[in-house]
Ligand binder design. Structure first.
Ligand code: HEM
Ligand code: HEM
Length: 292
């Protein structure tokens, strides 16, 4: 008996360890491997910048400046490849995690590589445009990390209950029952119910999705109107009950959509800025060779 208990406890401990490993995010991947590599690289750049003498002063055009500039540009192209890697369907879950971990930490070290490359000679020109875009991409990435750090727990808690497909299926089931029951209502009572039935759960646009507020929700409206008619018939009671259940299901779906929107919105800044960065960087490199 005792051994059965302890075996169960071991099993539970093992399960929770597996769960922990699964939840071990890309930030901590492989014991902060990429944080260490990027930290080392950053220190190396800073130390060599201080130790190496460039006359008259450090700038992007010295052999040292070219080295850092080339490193930075290659890094930017590699960081951009994450978009391709993400879309390649592969069961190799771990390697995407490794990619993302390296992306985040090497992306951060780029702030030093790019800035130290310029020898801190910033001004109003296309070179500095490339630098500013690079910094904006990095800052938006940091925002993304903050969002991932704050949200995924609630997202997975919500997701574990029901997936989005199941949420929609639940809504449809309430709609079918409402449709059937509304047949027995007087036309004036049935109208708001029919409006609720024809409501698209995805309507409302980005603002509604991000705020989680749907002020013109037809289901809430129908519930308010039919609520005042309670006690007038059995069908009204039934419809009010169903509308309440549908509203709860809609609430779950909208919370889910809100979390997903918060997780995705920053990528609409991060990715287009990446392409602007690549364009400005190309202009920078071409102009530099043009004036050479
Ligand atoms: C991480 C990507 C890069 C960024 C953010 C960047 C940014 C800058 C900035 C802000 C400057 C200072 C401009 C000035 O003096 O007014 C500069 C200078 C320079 N960069 Fe880059 N650069 C990058 C990559 C490269 C690459 C790949 C090359 C060469 C293939 C390069 C070559 C140069 C040269 C030659 C200069 C000196 C230009 C001058 O003094 O007029 N850079 N870069
Ligand atoms: C100039 C440097 C950077 C470039 C060019 C860059 C570019 C990209 C690109 C193209 C993607 C693919 C997104 C997609 O297609 O959905 C991506 C994803 C991502 N980036 Fe960056 N990034 C940079 C720096 C950073 C930094 C510094 C961070 C964090 C501090 C970061 C965090 C992320 C994360 C977490 C993702 C994955 C998003 C997801 O899978 O949902 N990035 N980045």
């Amino acid at each position: 008996m005792a051994s059965l208990f302890s075996r169960r406890r071991n099993k539970a401990a093992q399960n929770s360890r597996v769960r922990e490993q699964k939840h071990e995010g890309f930030m901590r991947y492989a014991g902060f491997r990429w944080a260490k590599i990027s930290g080392g690289l950053t220190l190396l750049v800073m130390a060599s910048y201080a130790l190496i003498d460039v006359s008259p002063r450090h700038n992007g055009g010295s052999w040292y400046g070219y080295t850092l500039g080339t490193m930075g540009a290659l890094l930017i192209l590699w960081l951009t490849m994450l978009g391709v890697r993400k879309r390649r369907r592969s069961d190799d879950h771990w390697s995407l995690k490794a990619w993302t971990s390296a992306h985040v930490y090497l992306g951060l070290s780029l702030a030093v590589i790019g800035t130290w490359h310029s020898g801190f000679q910033l001004g109003w020109n296309v070179h500095t445009l490339a630098w500013a875009l690079m910094m904006l991409v990095i800052v938006s990435g940091m925002y993304g990390i903050a969002v991932y750090a704050l949200l995924p727990r609630s997202l997975s808690a919500n997701r574990e209950e029901m997936t989005q497909m199941q949420m929609l299926e639940a809504l449809r089931a309430f709609d079918r029952q409402l449709h059937g029951t509304a047949q027995g209502l007087a036309p004036a009572d049935a109208a708001p119910v029919l409006a609720a039935l024809s409501e698209n759960p995805f309507a409302g646009g980005m603002a509604a999705r991000l705020s989680g507020r749907y002020p013109r929700c037809a289901t809430a409206e129908a519930l308010a109107q039919l609520g005042q008619r309670r006690g007038t018939s059995e069908d009204v009671e039934k419809v009010v009950g169903l509308l309440g259940q549908k509203q709860a299901a809609l609430g779950r779906l909208r919370r889910h959509l809100r979390l997903r929107a918060l997780l995705e919105i920053w990528l609409y800044v991060h990715v287009p800025l990446t392409f602007a960065l690549i364009a400005a960087l190309s202009a920078h490199v071409i102009s530099v060779f043009f004036y050479w």
